[in-house]
Design a protein around this ligand. Sequence first.
Ligand SMILES: [Zn+2]
Length: 114
Amino acid sequence: MIAVKRKRKLRCSFCGKSDKEVTRLIGGPGVYICDACVNICNSVLEATPIAFPGWQAMTDDQLLGALKIAEATVDATRSVLQAQIEELRRREVSWDAIGNALGISRQAAWERFS
Ligand SMILES: [Zn+2]
């Protein structure tokens, strides 16, 4: 990971804030995370036992408290996937090749990502 300097318009992959709205933005392969989201992650790690005991061991409040973070993770992953596909389409890679890479039909890939 590298610390990103504020040159281009970048966004946190987790909360969507731009580089101008956060103090620091850290880049990984195809993703960025801001200082505030790192703090949220640290809180989650501190609150979560190292040996994950399973959902059954968590209280209702713990599970409810984790929902928004889980949803943000799903959204961030989805936006990374979408960005990768948009780059492939920009390079004129076919929907057939994209569908093939995902193990779905050309039509399904087009419907899902175009
Ligand atoms: Zn963030």
